[in-house]
Design a protein around this ligand. Structure first.
Ligand code: SF4
Length: 403
């Protein structure tokens, strides 16, 4: 069930054999009977003048489900020992706070920063993984590591390592400050000639494509991507052969577009016949992200709608991307939890557009809910949002539209 190497720290990867022991706690913390009922009723909920249509794929993904399960199991498996998380296990404040109240300490919290760790300590690694250097540091300290890194993230790492091995620069569509992208980029440096470059969006990809086609001002390029390149990056050498990869939670349509842009740039520069020697790509958006994005598009396509609510952490990449998809079609409110629905007149929400790694900000909108007549709300939730939060949002909408 797990890998144990002699005179090395324990690294649990496939479970701690305490699944049944924590199943009740997990259900009590995150389950919602109302959400189950809405699912059974065809993802539709009618009450009074309110109709809620729920996306067919929403909320906890398989990777988050597993990470949270492992965290609970770690507490049960190691009673009396300090159990730490390197930082947020996933980007949802409610889930992280529940883990804190369950006794797990966060090394990112001010009071834990700089703490000395040792063989008696248990450290949980989050679903989006940690950098190679952080993994080595914790291993060298002899900590017991509970590794919840999602299998979909590990697949990306495997491909990035192969790029490095074969002399291709990993060009990662992602947010340079996001934990997963930092961890993925670090994989490229496992080989001495490994290189990486992180691009945030089409605009940055277009700058790189220009350089691939025609070269350019090396200093200006390095300045623009100063925090997004591997040490010693040289665009004149390191953009001759690239492999595309993604942070797993990016907007699928944007990732595919960026891949197409790079493919065309290399075709223009070296000719179609030589493309394979200069360009590689593989699909690294995880299936859970893709399913949630597809489900929300189909929800928007299905019928007219008054407004859309997207529920999830403000620093959650996949939630912010769901909100972007919705906001291009309909009035959309990205809320963190039901408390953001302050009243029938007032909602607090995150503006749609800035990347999830931007400083958290909230705005208030008045008169957001029609005060009379039928109200149709469509609802989805990011991959780190538990069902109990989704259920509480529906209950709050019921209250505000009650007669
Ligand atoms: S969003 Fe995808 S990659 Fe991230 S934890 Fe969930 S399944 Fe894994």
């Amino acid at each position: 069930m797990y890998r144990l190497a002699q005179s090395q720290p324990l690294i649990f990867r496939k479970g701690l054999d305490m699944k049944e022991a924590v199943a009740g706690d997990l259900a009590a913390a995150y389950h919602s009977r109302l959400v189950d009922e809405v699912r059974t009723a065809g993802y539709r909920h009618d009450k009074g003048r309110l109709t809620v249509h729920l996306a067919r794929e929403f909320g906890f993904c398989y990777g988050v489900d597993r990470a949270v399960d492992y965290a609970y199991q770690a507490v049960a498996r190691f009673p009396g020992r300090n159990v730490f998380l390197t930082g947020e296990i996933i980007h949802n404040p409610h889930v992280n706070d529940r883990l804190r109240s369950n006794g797990i300490r966060f090394l990112s919290d001010p009071e834990e920063r700089g703490r000395d760790l040792g063989p008696d300590d248990v450290v949980i690694l989050p679903a989006f993984g940690v950098t190679v250097a952080e993994m080595k540091r914790l291993s060298d300290l002899g900590c017991t590591l509970v590794d919840t890194t999602c299998g979909s993230v590990l697949t990306v790492w495997k491909n990035v390592v192969r790029y490095a091995q074969d002399g291709y620069t990993a060009v990662i569509h992602g947010k340079v400050k996001h934990e997963e992208t930092r961890a993925t980029a670090s994989q490229a440096l496992k080989y001495p000639n490994g290189r990486y470059l992180v691009v945030l969006d089409r605009e940055e990809a277009a700058i790189v494509c220009d350089y691939i086609r025609r070269g350019g001002n090396r200093a200006a390029f390095l300045s623009r991507f100063a925090n997004a390149t591997s040490p010693g990056f040289d665009p004149d050498l390191d953009l001759q052969r690239i492999g595309c990869a993604n942070q797993t939670t990016m907007l699928m349509s944007e990732s595919l577009e960026i891949e197409r842009m790079f493919r065309e740039a290399f075709g223009d520069r070296y000719g179609e016949a030589a493309l394979a020697q200069h360009f590689r790509a593989f699909d690294t958006i995880c299936s859970a992200t893709q399913e949630r994005q597809d489900a929300v598009i189909s929800l928007l396509d299905s019928q007219p709608v008054d407004l859309m609510i997207v529920v999830g952490g403000y620093n959650s990449s996949n939630t912010c991307n769901l909100a972007r998809i919705c906001a291009s079609r309909v009035r959309t409110f990205h809320i963190a939890d039901p408390n953001c629905l302050v009243s029938a007149d007032r909602v607090r929400h995150r503006p749609v557009g800035p990347p999830s790694t931007a400083p958290p900000s909230e705005v208030v909108t008045e008169n957001w809910l029609p005060t009379e007549g039928r109200v149709t709300v469509r609802l989805t939730a990011g991959a780190s949002t538990p069902n109990n939060i989704v259920g509480q949002v529906i209950e709050t909408l019921e209250r505000f539209t009650g007669v």
